[in-house]
Design a protein around this ligand. Structure first.
Ligand SMILES: NC(=O)c1ccc[n+]([C@@H]2O[C@H](COP(=O)([O-])OP(=O)(O)OC[C@H]3O[C@@H](n4cnc5c(N)ncnc54)[C@H](O)[C@@H]3O)[C@@H](O)[C@H]2O)c1
Length: 367
């Protein structure tokens, strides 16, 4: 557990636009173009706004470590390796995932608009963060999408029935746009909790939920330190063999079909880099003969939301709704950044050349 001070101190809140400006400043100082720094800041701050602090600004220290390892490549762009009409294969070259995935999805959107559907195999991108961000990019263009992602060569999750880490936290995501209404966005890691959530719990001195972790001996534990200090334990797959099965398909669709790589003894990463591969299928709903699709979707959602609430339940949410609620709250009240995470971000800022005086200035401005 971390210093108990971090548990009791109130968590400072930072307005999203100011946090965005600080993140931009850090990456511009590191050497990113203003456009790259902006896309990275857009993504990280949006992840915090949706409540996914595991994929927000707290990732900056890890990215700076990956840069120092000469893994993360600044100012790279998505490179089209093969254009087979409805299927595009794109190489990420360890460029910033926040740029590479944005550009890959832009290409997929353009093609799906032309011919109704596009499958994009993206390989070798540095961490592409919160996958819902890419599904929302498709939804803003009026397109349905689903995404299978592997975290290549970075096992953190035990297979169903296994006792050590063999698979990445391989997220799955699907989104359905609704004209005039927010899209449905289902977006989750196939581990019981995302790895980043163990970092947040570790930094905050909190336990993780029961069933989420096993220790190095394969025994259940609530201690997030098993993911951050040796001897290392593992995350469990969500939903037993079903989550394990979905993780396996994410590994193969994302890692193998894209021409990237899957996790096995020959591909284990030894650096701070997180490499993602993603298969995204993007579909124009107008290409189907389905004039009642929106009405049917709306009728279904109204139907499930009319269910009597179970004991202890406050509300029935549709996929993506909890993130919208959190976004509205955080846009109004600011983004909470716990002291341990804040210290780590400032340390990372200094590492890329932000001076002590500037860090102090930002700290004063962001208070
Ligand atoms: N890039 C990577 O390598 C990588 C790896 C793993 C996870 N991730 C990202 O981590 C993020 C967090 O993943 P997670 O598994 O912790 O997510 P999570 O467990 O919070 O689940 C989020 C999903 O469940 C829905 N949801 C949450 N509470 C709900 C409720 N009460 N009722 C109905 N629906 C509800 C949300 O709308 C969302 O679709 C995701 O954005 C994922 O893309 C990225």
């Amino acid at each position: 557990m971390t210093d108990p001070q971090t548990v009791t101190a109130p968590t400072p809140r930072i307005p999203a636009d100011q946090l965005h400006a600080y993140v931009r400043a850090i990456w511009e100082r590191a050497g990113s173009t203003p456009r790259e720094a902006e896309l990275v800041a857009d993504h990280l701050v949006a992840a915090n706004l949706t409540g996914h602090d595991s994929h927000g600004v707290g990732m900056i220290p890890r990215y700076v470590e990956s840069l120092a390892d000469k893994q993360l490549q600044l100012n790279r762009h998505a490179e089209l390796m093969k254009d087979a009409g409805a299927v595009l294969t794109i190489e990420g070259g360890k460029g910033f995932g926040q740029v590479i995935a944005f550009e890959a999805i832009e290409r997929g959107i353009e093609r799906a608009r032309q011919i109704g559907i596009c499958a994009v195999g993206l390989r070798g991108a540095h961490h592409i963060g919160r996958i819902g961000h890419w599904a929302e990019q498709c939804a803003r263009a009026g397109l349905v999408s689903f995404h299978f992602v592997n975290v290549a060569g970075d096992p953190l999750v035990a297979p169903y029935g296994g006792a050590d880490r063999r698979i990445g936290t391989n997220p799955f995501c699907a989104a359905y746009p609704r004209p005039g209404k927010p899209p449905l966005v289902l977006d989750f890691a196939t581990s019981t909790i995302a790895y980043g959530k163990t970092r947040v719990a570790y930094n905050q001195g909190k336990h993780t939920p029961p069933g989420a972790l096993i220790d190095h001996a394969g025994m259940p534990t609530l201690e997030p330190k098993v993911m951050h200090e040796a001897p290392f334990g593992s995350l469990t797959p969500f939903g037993g063999y079903k989550g394990f099965g979905l993780a396996a398909m994410c590994e193969i669709f994302g890692g193998a079909l894209s021409g990237g790589f899957t996790t096995h003894a020959d591909t284990l990463g030894t650096t701070h880099a997180i490499i993602n591969c993603m298969l995204s299928v993007i579909i124009d709903p107008a290409a189907f003969d389905a004039p009642d699709a929106q009405a049917e979707a709306d009728a279904f959602l109204a139907w499930v939301k009319a269910s009597p609430l179970a004991a202890g339940s406050g509300q029935i949410y549709e996929p993506g709704e909890p993130e919208r609620v959190t976004r509205a709250q955080r846009e109004a009240a600011g983004i909470p950044v716990d002291p341990a995470t804040w210290t780590q971000i400032n340390h990372a800022a200094r590492t890329v050349g932000v001076s002590e005086a500037e860090v102090g200035e930002w700290a004063a401005r962001l208070r």
